[in-house]
Design a protein around this ligand. Sequence first.
Ligand SMILES: [Zn+2]
Length: 448
Amino acid sequence: MNIKRVFPVVLLAISLILSSLPISARSVAHADTEEKFVFGKVDQELLEEIKLLDERFEKEGVVYHHPGLDAYLNRVGMAIVADKKLENVEWKFRALRDPIPNAFALPNGSIYINTGLLALLDDENQLAAVLAHEVTHVSERHTYLRNRSVRKKVLAINIISTIGNWHPVAGSAGLAISLIANISPFMLALSILGYSRDQEKEADLEGMKMASTAGFVPAGMPNSFKSMQKDIEGEQLNSFYSDHPKLQERINYTSTSLAADARKLTDDEAKTAKDDYLAVMELVDRHNVELAINEGRFRSAVFVSQKLVNLRPESSENVFYLAESYRTLGPRNAELTDKQLSSGAKKKAAKNRAKRTLEEQDAELLKTPGGQEAWKANSEKSEQLFLRAIELNRFNASARRGLGMLYEKLNRKDDAANQYAAYLELAPNAIDTERIRRRLVVLKESMK
Ligand SMILES: [Zn+2]
């Protein structure tokens, strides 16, 4: 998999270099790789960097730990790995607090899947497919092989100093990427950006076999690509990766290679599998909605919290997350139109994102009739949902705070003050108590 979207020129430069390599350096003989692979000095160096990186991920809190989730990822991952033992590999399956849909493997066996991808997948078979794809990168030693073949070329463009001038996105997502960039720039170039097309295809096809052997439904592989095809944010997902197989191509070749007698899910089974997976992911999804909102991925927040509400419409928490998503969506439409999904519009939107703050974008949209219409619809929907969340659980303090913020924005000062007061009463020790108290004081002043 690739980290997408956030990389400017540096990574374009790296991917151009990697894609210009001759075919011989890019293709990898995979048969019996594990017997043949002998660790040399360059490989050891990379391994040391990777170990440091792994430790820092934990230390900086970018790994999302939750007992249920850790056990679940481990169960699915270890079923795929089975009894595969490799030198310098210790299998670990963990989630990263990052709302961008992505997954990657470090060559020491640490496999990371972003909360943003966990929230996008539909069932356990798709999760197994993603993990099996990454397991293949590790077991076929793709990173080491790639490192050996392109190290000098990557060095030539001096990634470290170039990345020094580069401003990653804010928040946890940016933190993970800057850690990789700082501790192991080679890893950034190699594993996350620069596997060859052949290696990616091998990871797809071998991964599918492995998942199937472990008892998962092999169609999980093409289906996982279909889940990733939803372009909720209108990002140009493949702009830096013309060298990589496109999702549609990956759907095609994995579907064709499915054995004729491969197990398939009936409609009923598919629905059950979807509900079961969503139930396991409920807490992860809620956390991911928060991350998405913090990073301005409001449409993804709506998409995921709508799934949560569909799963349990009576859950005050889930209804609260949907309300919060619609509130922060502001003057945007919840789903992009075909026109907004055209590549010209996506390019323009990307420029807009880079140049303007979210507040500036909001203000600009609100000047248009479409923006006003969307804000009217979203604020009404948000209000109804907040009220519903409170009706389902009158002690839901967060819903009070969210509703207060919505009313404040709508200039309903009295209503806003009441909700803030209710919040402070319900959550006197919350982390933002002081902030809300001050807002309340300012509101009351302005009403005098
Ligand atoms: Zn891959």
